[in-house]
Design a binder for this molecule. Structure first.
Ligand code: ADP
Ligand code: MG
Length: 552
């Protein structure tokens, strides 16, 4: 294990400390959620429950106390009203709060006994949310420590990022205000005609209390938190605009080769000078490459071991040509160092190497000076990573590389790639992604994985960009901080699991609501009980979503 990696792991272990400081920070914030943290506030939240329990006991003894019970139930709504007001003050969409209000008002009025569940569930929901918030902050702080270049991090984990959340939210505030208004009118009507509340009125009330999507919204938001936290633990940082459901939907993965499926370290397997000595050839190549970023350049520099001043003194007009090589003036002479395509473009004749592999050709002032044969190594776990991606649901794996056909083919077949497109420059890689989209349909979701060197154009065409060398490309949706290719399938698995959990929440919630609706309309279940069960379902999905914090 490298030293660097060790430091990173220590950073992760430091997180529990962070949780403490984060909790203190949160307590200082004027945030509605902070209320659930102080004992006094929990007591305040529980007070209505205690009052209701007392009332219930008294009401059993003296049934005429029922109206008093209703009044006390109304008092218990006050904290909820404050919560909603606080959220409106922060201009956040108080969806959940309004939904709770909507389901609580008629629920309490019709059946105070069953509605006892509601405040309890609300407290539980808020605790779940607060826990998630702390967890996420702690993980993010941990992440920032690991990787100072990490951007501010996902500042908000909106439920609206998910397709379901967006659908629910697009119903808009107006819808909720309308529902709240209807509920209030109903509540007033019911208050005065409680004993005579007709069947249809009850049916409408049941439908109304069940219309709130809070259970799904909570689950979506919490699972969104969970995705970020689970990933951060293993050095994966999703960007603000990563949509887990979009990543989940990616079936097609396009990999670039160098530094992605190979470890980016090259070995020189053969040097074939033409008209100069081997040393001179290596020296020219290293000087030309002295400012280039490509792994080939790094290798050539390390082999020649040139003092820095030599490079600076002799080098002028350097230009790195992505997917080709470099062009530079060395002591006034025009030098090209790169692949066959580079020399072809400048009309320079060159030797075709007898062995297959990636050759770096060198030309000085239009004259061919030989080639250096380079071989890069597969990452140790490249095969396992690709197999795991397939097992998770990736249907097609494609390799897009700038390397020559022979080297690319050999590598791709040893890794079981479904398709390989060699000899592509950065622009051509982007076109290849567009081509894949045209073949597989506009709705196909494509993930592109690269090491971040000259990958920007390809990343731009992808739906989800995965950058193996986090910090290199700040447009990527998924940034991997550990130099480990297994993080690619891991980052995918986390999103897939979260999406699966979300659908389970949606399916169960929808089934329960439908059942309650039927039972409510047929008069089997009273509106208060329906509201209580609905609220409990919200708390249930929230607690289920919390289990997602260890998604990997
Ligand atoms: P990949 O698509 O495998 O990530 P790149 O696009 O980074 O590969 O590079 C493609 C090819 O371009 C390399 O195989 C090499 O032949 C050539 N190349 C790119 N940059 C350089 C450079 N600085 N020096 C020499 N050759 C280079
Ligand atoms: Mg590359």
């Amino acid at each position: 294990m490298s030293k660097n990696r060790h430091v990173k792991i220590q950073g992760i272990l430091a997180i529990p400390e962070k949780i403490k400081s984060c909790r203190e920070q949160l307590l200082r914030l004027r945030f509605p959620l902070q209320r659930v943290f102080s004992g006094r506030d929990i007591l305040l939240g529980l007070l209505p429950l205690i009052l209701l329990a007392v009332c219930h006991a008294v009401a059993v003894l003296r049934s005429f106390l029922q109206p008093a019970c209703i009044v006390l139930a109304l008092i218990s709504l006050v904290p909820l009203a404050f919560e909603a007001a606080a959220l409106i003050g922060r201009r956040a969409l108080p969806l959940e709060q309004l939904t709770v209000l909507i389901s609580t008002v008629p629920g309490f009025l019709l059946e105070p006994d069953a509605a006892v569940l509601i405040p309890a569930c609300t407290v539980l929901l808020h605790q779940a949310q607060a826990y998630a918030l702390l967890h996420r902050e702690a993980e993010l702080n941990g992440m920032r420590e690991l990787a100072p270049e990490l951007r501010a991090g996902p500042e908000k984990c909106d439920a609206e990022k998910s397709a379901i959340g967006a659908l629910l939210a697009s119903c808009g505030l107006g819808w909720y205000v309308l529902l709240a208004f209807i509920a209030l009118v109903l509540a007033v009507v019911l208050l005065f005609h409680l004993p005579e509340a007709s069947g249809w009125l009850r049916a409408v009330t049941v439908a109304l209390v069940l219309s709130g999507p809070s259970a799904v919204l909570y689950a979506t938001q919490l699972l969104h938190f969970a995705v970020f936290c689970s990933a951060a633990k293993t050095g994966i940082a999703y960007s603000d605009d990563m949509v887990p459901e979009e990543y989940r939907a990616c079936r097609l993965f396009a990999f670039s080769k160098t530094g992605t499926v190979t470890d980016g370290r090259y070995e020189i397997s053969e040097v074939e000078p033409a008209g100069i000595t081997t040393l001179e050839l290596l020296r020219i190549a290293a000087i030309a490459e002295s400012q280039a970023e490509h792994p080939i350049a790094r290798t050539l520099r390390s082999v020649a071991e040139l003092p820095e001043d030599v490079q600076i003194r002799e080098l002028q007009n350097v230009q790195e040509i992505p997917g080709r090589g470099v062009s530079a003036l060395i002591s006034g002479k025009q030098v090209y160092v790169g692949n066959a395509a580079l020399l072809e473009e400048h009309g320079i004749w060159f030797n075709v190497p007898s062995n297959s592999g990636s050759a770096v050709h060198v030309a000085v002032d239009g004259e061919y000076r030989g080639y250096i044969m380079m071989a890069d190594r597969l990452r140790e776990k490249a095969f396992d990573a690709l197999e795991e991606l397939r097992a998770e649901g990736a249907g097609m794996l494609v390799m897009l590389t700038g390397d020559v056909r022979s080297a690319a083919r050999a590598l791709a077949s040893s890794l079981n790639f479904d398709m390989v497109k060699p000899e592509l420059g950065p622009t051509e890689k982007a076109s290849a992604v567009r081509y894949l989209r045209s073949v597989h349909g506009e709705r196909a979701r494509i993930a592109c994985v690269g090491d971040g060197t000259h990958d920007a154009q390809m990343f731009q065409q992808s739906d989800i960009a995965v950058c193996m060398n986090a910090g290199k490309d700040n447009t990527a949706e998924v940034n991997l901080y550990e130099d480990d290719i297994m993080a690619v399938p891991r980052s995918y698995r986390i999103c897939r699991k979260a999406a699966r959990m979300l659908w389970i929440c949606v399916a169960l919630t929808a089934a329960l609501k439908l059942l309650l609706l039927i039972l409510g309309i047929t008069g089997v279940v009273a509106p208060g009980a329906a509201a209580a069960v609905d609220c409990a379902c919200g708390a249930g999905t929230a607690v289920y979503a919390l289990t997602g914090f260890s998604l990997d």
